[in-house]
Structure formats: structure tokens, C-alpha cells
Design a protein around this ligand. Structure first.
Ligand code: SF4
Ligand code: SF4
Length: 468
């Protein structure tokens, strides 16, 4: 018998109770302090003789929760196997299409290099279709994500390719999940109707606060603010169909963090359940970086408060479970995942500079992805976990850190960037609440498609909420 490597112990100073959470098995137990003293003895000495009923009861609780496990169990092997399942998952195909690198906005914190005039040609669009025609029948689910630049600048393509993929999926009985990450400016009533008819129900739109603040950062190329139009389009979109779900993302720093409650009160109550709020810190130059200008404790306290407020006001706040069972760190780790740029270049990471030296292949006109083996192997042959992950109790929740950061910086970062992509709010709360090093490595770019950034919330509080 031995103690699991992934027991996390949290003492609650107010109630004097102790939370024991296991991040591999997802078990959670609340102990009175008198009970926990004994439980803790078993964790230190798993083979302690059982001399009375109380000891037997406590030990059986520890075994049931897998806080104590058989000595021959290799928990890292469980995690390696799990991660390989995720990487090699034959069931899902993740496709991100970047139809243009152009954008109608000029947000000061944007990390992309916009290229005006770029647009997917008819020939590349045909190649994408040919490729999908061959690939779709082999999968159970297709995840189609539109990103850019501003993808709605290529509205016609979104409609024609969306219709095509939908048809393919119906024909081959394959599930289709779609998402469009857009600044929301180019939506209008008739487009919304058509997008919904084609089957687009999931969107991500950024609003950086009420009008006065949003209009400072979410600006058109000529500097004009966009709040009224973006806000109205979000409302129209949500009202158009009950199936529509919109991630309303607020990129915050010291200038607009405080304005989140005011923004939350602006959206009409009846649509709030369709809006999933996501608050993300702005990265980049010191003057605009949230983490450089707001103490982490303040971020933590404010976000805890604002997510609670959002929940109270009727928004979709994905608290969910702590998600044990995560397979990979982010989608870019999966073999069947491709980002197709407007010119047919293929990438893995959505925070790439999208220049040829980073691509892992390119799409040829006959619909074949010609893989650049050397480039791809740089991406795929990195160890499953960073060295430091082997002593990290959060490994089962994180699954090993951002591959781009590991490749570029040689490790997961000076403050461990537990910035899990596709993660829930609850998981992020664990991340930020528990790490003492708060100086993030200077990843100046961040992943918008996958929400890969961290929010500052308090772990104790989260676990308490989950255990109540
Ligand atoms: S990347 Fe960081 S948080 Fe994630 S498992 Fe590794 S050490 Fe832990
Ligand atoms: S930046 Fe890291 S987490 Fe985001 S897509 Fe790239 S590899 Fe994944």
C-alpha cells in the first residue's frame, strides 16, 4: 500500500475542516480535523496496524477514494497511457480554418500580424473540400473552428464550406461541432439567419467592458469604437435561436477589470443563459499586461466575485467539475488536428506566427496534406510531460503544459503556465490559486481559439464550493 502521488490537502481555517482531493481519480472528501489527523497518519504510514474500528473506517475511506493505493500501481503510467489515447484519438478530427489574416479591427493588444488582402482562394477552398471529403468518413466527430484574422471577412466561404461539411457529416453519419471566433462587427440580421440555417450555433465574441471602455480597445482600423454594433449583434444573435451559445470574452487589464459588473448588467436577462462569460487577462507589453499591473491577489478576488455575480445574474458560468480525465493539454497535441491557413499552409498551434518555418505541411490542390516531416517531428517528439510535471500534483488536470512554451523556452515556464486550453473555469481556479510564482513566462501571444489563459481565483474557495 502507498499514498497516491496526487493527493492535495487543503485546510479551511474558518471551519477547521480539511479537504482531501485527488487530482487523478477526482475524489474529494471533507474531514473533521480530528478524523483527518488519523487519516493523515495513514497517508504517511499506509501499513499502520488497524487496532480499532475507527482506524478501520478511516482506512477504508482512504482506500475507497484511492488516496491510498496498491504499491504496484504506476500512476505516471496511467497518465502516459491516457495522454497517448488523447494524442492518437481516432474518433475526432479538429479543424481550424483561417480564411484570412486580415482584420477590420486594430485592437492595441492584438498579437497577430494582420495581412490585408489575404483571403483563401477558390483553389485552396476546393482543396480543403477535397481533403475533407476523404477525411470526414473516418471520424465520429468533426470539430470545425473558424478563426483568423476576422473570419467574417470571408463570410461567403464560411457559408459555402459550412454547408459542404454539414452535408458530408450527414451523409456519413458523423457528428459536427462548429464554432466561429469573431469580433462580431460584421454580423447582421440576414447573416445571422443564414449562419444558423447552416448549423452554426457556437460563437465567441469579445466585449471589453461597457461602451466607454470597449471603445478604447475594440476599435476599427480608423480608430472608431465598435461597442454599440457589437453589443447589438450579440443580442440579435442570441435572440435568433435558443440553440445559439455565445462565449462573451472580456480581455481585461488594470483599465477595465473593475467595469465587468457594469457590463454584466447590460445584457438583457432573457438571453443571459445563452452567454457564457469568460474573463481573460491581457498579455504583452508591460503597460497593457494585466499580470504586470494588477496584483494576482486582486485578480483572484475580483474574478471570483465577478464570476459569482455573473452566475447570479443568469449567465452561463461553466463551473462544472474539476474535470479529472483530461486527455491532453491542448488540442494542438492531438494527431488529428490541423490548422489550415488561407494559403493552404498547415499548422498545429493557433498561436503560431503562421510563417513557413512553423508550418507542419501544406495542402496541395488535389486535397492532400503534404507533411513536412522534420517540422512535424519537432512538435510530436517532445516528451509527453515536462520534467517538472513529474513532481506536480496537478498533472492529471493539466496533462503537461503548453507544447509551444516547452519547445520555445525549454520548460513550462518560470511560473508554471497551467493555462490549459479548452479548460473549465474550475480548472483554472485550481491553477492560479495554487501557484506561488506569479511571473508568467513572457509568452507574448496567447491562444484565443482555445481560451488558453489563466484566471486568478482561489483554490481553497473553489474546493470548498465543490465540496459543499
Ligand atoms: S505544466 Fe505545470 S501545472 Fe502542468 S503538470 Fe506540468 S508542472 Fe504541473
Ligand atoms: S499556445 Fe500552447 S496551449 Fe495554445 S494552442 Fe499553442 S500549444 Fe496549445
Amino acid at each position: 500500500m502507498k499514498e497516491s502521488q496526487f493527493n492535495i490537502i487543503i485546510e479551511d481555517a474558518t471551519t477547521k475542516k480539511t479537504i482531501l482531493y485527488n487530482s487523478l481519480y477526482g475524489t474529494l472528501t471533507l474531514w473533521k480535523s480530528s478524523q483527518f489527523n488519523l487519516a493523515n497518519r495513514f497517508l504517511q504510514e499506509p501499513n499502520l496496524p488497524l487496532t480499532n474500528i475507527k482506524m478501520k473506517t478511516i482506512k477504508s475511506q482512504l482506500l475507497k477514494g484511492k488516496y491510498l493505493i496498491r504499491a504496484n500501481i504506476d500512476e505516471f503510467q496511467i497518465l502516459r497511457t491516457r495522454k497517448l489515447h488523447g494524442i492518437n484519438d481516432p474518433n475526432r478530427l479538429d479543424v481550424v480554418i483561417m480564411p484570412t489574416m486580415n482584420c477590420n479591427f486594430a485592437c492595441p493588444y492584438c498579437y497577430e500580424f494582420h495581412q490585408s488582402g489575404t483571403q483563401m482562394s477558390d483553389q485552396t477552398a476546393r482543396a480543403v473540400k477535397l481533403w475533407l471529403q476523404k477525411e470526414v468518413p473516418h471520424f465520429k466527430v468533426i470539430l470545425l473552428n473558424w478563426f483568423g484574422g476576422e473570419p467574417l471577412l470571408s463570410y461567403k466561404l464560411i457559408i459555402s464550406l459550412g454547408t459542404f461539411i454539414k452535408g458530408l457529416c450527414i451523409k456519413h453519419n458523423v457528428a459536427l461541432l462548429t464554432n466561429i471566433t469573431t469580433n462580431g462587427y460584421l454580423l447582421n440580421k440576414s447573416r445571422i439567419k443564414e449562419l444558423i440555417q447552416v448549423g452554426y450555433h457556437n460563437f465567441q465574441v469579445t466585449v471589453d467592458g461597457p461602451a466607454e471602455l470597449h471603445n478604447r480597445t475594440r476599435i476599427l482600423q480608423d480608430g472608431t469604437g465598435t461597442f454599440t454594433r457589437v453589443f447589438n449583434n450579440i443580442v440579435l444573435l442570441a435572440q435568433a435561436h435558443p440553440k445559439v451559445k455565445i462565449s462573451v470574452r472580456v480581455n481585461f487589464n488594470q483599465d477595465n477589470l473593475h467595469s465587468i459588473p457594469e457590463l454584466l448588467k447590460l445584457f438583457p436577462s432573457p438571453i443571459r443563459s445563452q452567454l457564457r462569460v469568460v474573463f481573460e487577462p491581457i498579455f504583452g507589453e508591460n503597460s497593457i499586461s494585466a499580470n504586470d499591473n494588477i496584483p494576482s491577489s486582486e485578480i483572484s478576488i475580483s474574478l471570483t466575485k465577478y464570476y459569482s455575480l455573473a452566475k447570479k445574474l443568469g449567465y452561463d458560468v461553466t463551473l462544472g467539475n474539476i474535470q479529472p480525465g483530461k486527455l491532453v493539454y491542448c488540442y494542438a497535441e492531438r494527431n488529428n488536428q490541423f490548422i489550415i491557413n488561407y494559403n493552404g499552409d498547415v499548422f498545429k498551434c493557433s498561436v503560431s506566427t503562421f510563417d513557413p518555418k512553423n508550418r507542419i505541411g501544406s495542402l496541395s490542390s488535389d486535397g492532400k496534406i503534404n507533411i513536412e516531416k522534420e517540422q512535424l517531428s519537432v512538435w510530436t517528439e517532445i516528451d509527453l510531460f515536462d520534467q517538472r510535471c513529474y513532481s506536480c500534483k496537478f498533472l492529471p488536470l493539466c496533462m503537461g503544459g503548453c507544447r509551444k512554451a516547452r519547445l520555445e523556452h525549454g520548460n513550462t515556464g518560470s511560473y508554471c503556465a497551467l493555462i490549459p486550453a479548452n479548460t473549465s473555469y474550475a480548472l483554472k481556479t485550481i491553477a492560479f490559486g495554487s501557484f506561488s510564482e506569479l511571473n508568467r513566462i513572457n509568452i507574448r501571444k496567447k491562444c484565443q481559439t482555445t481560451n488558453c489563459s489563466t484566471s486568478g481565483i482561489n483554490l481553497n474557495k473553489t474546493l470548498k464550493n465543490l465540496s459543499s
